[in-house]
Design a protein. Structure first.
Length: 149
């Protein structure tokens, strides 16, 4: 057998397409939320109280940057996952770091949990973190298996 022959690339598992498309839709919703908030879209932002709006619009630039990195990293990571690119893993990691920066500001440095109010938003934030972390784990597993190159 010729040892210089290129290794065959594993077939794309069916679940990559399911996870990739669902992740792209999920991250797309986050990107839409980011865009609507940053552009102060009145129809979208009308669902929030004046106190919540003041809180959101008062984010310092470093928090807005962390948020942007989180949402756009998720979108690009999902596209790269669908393209079977190994760099998807690192884009997801950077996205997760951006999310952690935003969460640190919201829940440690400020009273974001109180301003946003209720258990629902806190559970949703937890779900966002869980999905982001699971996408990192998933991409790492696919990279180890040679599916992502």
């Amino acid at each position: 057998m010729n040892s210089t022959a290129p290794a065959t690339r594993p077939r794309t598992p069916w679940h990559l397409w399911v996870v990739g498309i669902l992740a792209l839709l999920w991250d797309g919703m986050g990107a839409l939320d980011y865009l609507m908030t940053q552009t102060k879209n009145s129809a979208y932002m009308g669902q929030f109280t004046p106190e919540q709006l003041a809180y959101f619009y008062g984010f310092p630039a470093w928090v807005v940057s962390g948020w942007a990195i989180a949402v756009w990293g998720g979108v690009f990571g999902s596209l790269l996952l669908l393209l079977r690119r190994a760099v998807a893993l690192w884009v997801y990691v950077v996205s997760l770091v951006g999310l952690l920066v935003t969460m640190f500001y919201e829940f440690v440095l400020t009273n974001g949990a109180q301003v946003i109010g209720g258990v629902g938003p806190l559970l949703f934030t937890g779900a966002i973190f869980l999905v982001a972390a699971l996408l990192v784990v998933y991409a790492a597993a696919l990279k180890r298996r040679g599916v992502l190159t």
